[in-house]
Design a binder for this molecule. Structure first.
Ligand code: HMG
Length: 316
């Protein structure tokens, strides 16, 4: 395979503090969340999805969104993003100092009703005032589409549906859309085909990919997206993640696995592998589990340093 089909570098957004923590039943103290975000900010990652401004009853774990953002406001070298479902969420996020909002939307009514208590069309109507509000405050807005490839309630999601949603985003002036495989139903051929059409229909739209590794296909899907020239990916340290409103949802592709794979392919991420593995270990120690991480299990495949000989030990 020629190198020409792969980009030279990619941009990763770390999503564990939002997507990962949101499914944890055990309360994670605010200062622990801040500590992990600060450690992530020291790995070379450029962008972190730090929390969401949703209803605290819907996601009790993230009810401290404002305090978390306050605890990291000095980290100006990182772009912090937050997920918002509606105007109220956007107002809270902007008041807290967030400079990039990610709109929460599903491709199907079934998932939308479960996740956001409204139909897709209703959710979209609510985005226009958010875009206006964000413009007034000089805040960026990106779109997202959950269950973009497959829905646990409705099965395979037709490409036409995604084209229609992206078009609506475009008409709102949005230039970046995250395509999410919420429950790991996408396959590489489908990802390649969907992106081929989307990139042709919307040549000025930036697509970012948010793959869950529920069925072990996340990395293969990343490769398919790379082959379509996509350079924006979400991932989650220690492989945490999952949507509490999508049955069967499990963790995102682990950031350390993604960084390792890309760097092995000679694709730059800017993230220090050793540092992100250390954060993954800290997260696992803090929670008592990880969400599935090959790096935590097997470590990098680069050569290990040989054990020192008896003579070398004596000389030390
Ligand atoms: C969307 C709602 C709010 C609708 O919930 P609702 O009950 O229909 O809201 P409402 O508009 O009828 O308002 C009811 C009350 O909630 C309040 N309220 C309303 N909005 C907010 C807000 N933002 N923050 C705080 N409070 C809020 C509002 O002020 C009101 O308060 P009251 O007047 O009764 O005192 C709710 O269903 C919700 O919060 N859902 C979020 C669910 C969620 O976070 N899911 C996980 C994230 S999505 C995901 O993980 C997928 C993703 C992004 O990772 C990509 C992928 O993999 O697919």
């Amino acid at each position: 395979m020629s190198d020409a089909i792969f980009p030279a570098r990619v941009i990763i957004c770390e999503v564990a503090p939002r997507d990962g923590f949101q499914s944890e039943d055990q309360w994670i103290p605010t200062e622990q969340k801040i500590k992990i975000i600060r450690a992530l900010a020291n790995t070379g990652v450029q962008s972190i999805e730090v929390t969401s401004f949703v209803h605290p009853k819907a996601i009790p774990q993230l009810k401290d969104a404002e305090e978390v953002v306050k605890g990291i406001e000095d980290l100006t070298h990182i772009k912090f993003r937050a997920l918002v479902p509606n105007v109220k969420g956007a107002q809270r996020a902007i008041a807290a100092g967030i400079k990039k909002l990610k709109l929460m939307l599903s491709a199907t009514d079934s998932h939308s009703l479960s996740n956001a208590n409204c139909l897709v069309e209703e959710a979209q109507r609510g985005f226009e005032p958010i875009v206006d509000l964000a413009q007034k405050h000089n805040v960026e807005v990106g779109g997202s589409i959950s269950v973009a490839f497959g829905c646990p309630y409705e099965g395979k999601v037709p490409l036409e549906k995604i084209v229609t949603i992206v078009d609506r985003y475009k008409k709102m002036g949005i230039t970046e859309v995250s395509l999410a495989d919420t429950t790991g139903m996408a396959n590489p051929k489908q990802v390649y085909q969907y992106l081929g059409v989307l990139k042709k229909e919307f040549p000025h739209m930036t697509f970012s990919m948010h793959f869950h590794n529920t069925r072990g296909m996340a990395l293969a899907n990343v490769v398919a997206a790379l082959q379509q020239g996509v350079i924006h990916f979400d991932s989650s340290v220690a492989g945490l993640g999952g949507c509490p409103y999508a049955p069967g949802a499990t963790g995102n592709i682990a950031t350390e696995d993604l960084v390792h794979s890309l760097e092995e392919m000679g694709i730059e991420t800017g993230i220090h592998l050793d540092r992100i593995i250390d954060v993954a270990k800290d997260v696992r120690n803090m929670l008592g589990h990880d969400g599935g991480s090959y790096m935590l299990q097997a470590g990098p495949c680069s050569k290990l340093s040989p054990k020192p000989t008896a003579q070398e030990k004596l000389e030390k």
